[in-house]
Design a protein around this ligand. Structure first.
Ligand code: UDP
Ligand code: MG
Length: 153
């Protein structure tokens, strides 16, 4: 089953939105297979945001992401990479539709409260970047029995 990495960024923690966001993933039928609070180091930030090194906003992004705790979550579900991207809305929260996480909780491009892997290839790398194999849990999730028809599982 497909997996994706979500990060609840420092602004979602500071604004007390962790529970509201996690509730949305649970309610959608996604299975949480890993979750932890951590502080991102500068090295990890540079690796994670390597596509943005050199952008004028990178120093602010690194400072923001490394100075406060974040919550990393691995979600599992059918086509969950795209499902989660759709639930998040676009990078610029002001363009995000109501009903999306960014569209409901954020007004900014740089303080947009959540990260989600942008492709299945990226997701595989990002899950490994943040979680050791023993931090990911295989367990029976009854929700899956009802979130999908038997032939979809
Ligand atoms: N970012 C920013 N300003 C920009 C573009 C991106 O501060 O003009 C930050 C923002 O936090 C964004 C992150 O860099 O979420 C990663 O950018 P990406 O293009 O990967 O967007 P995402 O995948 O998060 O929607
Ligand atoms: Mg991205």
């Amino acid at each position: 089953m497909e997996r994706t990495l979500v990060l609840l960024k420092p602004d979602s923690i500071q604004r007390g939105l962790m529970g509201k966001i996690i509730t949305r993933f649970e309610a959608r039928g996604l299975k949480i297979v890993g979750m932890k609070m951590l502080k991102m180091g500068k090295e990890l930030s540079k690796e994670h945001y390597s596509h943005l090194l050199g952008k004028p906003f990178y120093p602010d992004l690194e400072k923001f992401m490394t100075h406060h705790p974040i919550v990393a979550i691995v979600l599992e579900g059918k086509e969950c990479v795209q499902v989660v991207r759709d639930m998040m809305g676009p990078t610029n929260s002001r363009k995000a539709l109501p009903g999306t996480i960014r569209g409901d909780f954020s007004m900014s491009t740089s303080r947009n409260i959540i990260h989600g892997s942008d492709s299945t290839e990226t997701a595989e790398k990002e899950v490994k970047r943040f979680f050791k194999p023993e931090e990911l849990h295989e367990y029976k999730f009854s929700g899956s029995d009802y979130a999908y028809a038997p032939d979809e599982q």
